[in-house]
Write a protein that binds this ligand. Sequence first.
Ligand SMILES: Cc1ncc(COP(=O)(O)O)c(C=O)c1O
Length: 376
Amino acid sequence: MRDTPNLRIPGPTPVPSDILEAVGWPMVDHRGRPFAALIQRVSQRLKEFFLTKQDVLILSTSGTGSMEAAVVNTLSPGDKVLVVSIGAFGDRFAKIAETFGAEVTMLSYDWGQAARPDDVRQALEEDPEIKAVLVTHNETSTGVTNPLEEIARVVRKADRLLLVDAISSLGAIPTDMDGWGLDVVVTGSQKGWMVPPGLAFISLSERGWQANQSARMPRFYMDVAKARDFLQKGQTPWTPTVSVFFGLDVALERMAVEGLEGVHARHAKIGQMVREGIKALGLELLATDERYASNTVTAIKCPEGVEVAALRRTLEDEHGVVVAGGQGKLAGKIFRIGHLGLVSEDDIDHALNALAEVLPKVGYSIPTSRQAPQGR
Ligand SMILES: Cc1ncc(COP(=O)(O)O)c(C=O)c1O
């Protein structure tokens, strides 16, 4: 057993000790000069990860709050939107849009599949009145990454708005806001950023800001125009989660040292390592096409005769390895290993070795033709 749990869920992710320490720093005046310098520094740095020239606004909310912000700041009741859904978070995007009065057309896929850009093209051709496309970049509930660059190309060509939930991708998987032409991009602090939950980041393209001017969905707390005005003076409209800002400042420094490419390469290598390890145990990925398997979270079909709850409990009790279960209709059918943010090859070795020991105890015998992963 390790001293601290090997938290292998797709967020909140483990927080390194220097960031934890920063989160405990004494409070400052959130309308004072030190905080102004801090927010301007971190929002500037975030642009380097979003790959955008636009402002990155920092909201004190969870990821879902930023999805809501994306919707209510660019759309009006009655607007037609296409929601591309490959899992629970795509469905959530649709619910948010519906809640605020959008007319939603769903382009849904079986859970485990990635969206096909051609289908998006067709759906947009069929209905020229669709104003915006809402899509999840990395579907955390299924461990599948959508081909966002290609989807964006289609949406650009059709000249619609593109709202992207990059909550479990940005900061870990390549996401090029300006280069790909994404109009609204959101993400959350507890994912690739190694920071506790409590902050979400949102950026709007010029087209996004134009849409904002005529958007009539109700909003108050989530008003990004207000957030942009306050950022100019180094503040947020409402009292922010100051402690999480302290942590974010340290996290972005760590990430800058590793470099964007280094961060992406580490996630790609680790994603591959998890998939190879899982297959070596004779288990099956939920992702139907491995080219789209996520480098931040792997969803694994629970083998016949094994109870997900028993597997998770035993992994945690005997090895301190915490994995996630399935969401929605996948509850009890899959388990998920998170590998984003603070994650090393040792963490994955540890988790896979624990899995190899626990599986036979909960009713699954590893096929002899398969090799258990070797500890290094
Ligand atoms: C892809 C995706 N979208 C949305 C969310 C919702 O974020 P939160 O739980 O922070 O509100 C999550 C969190 O798991 C996510 O992974």
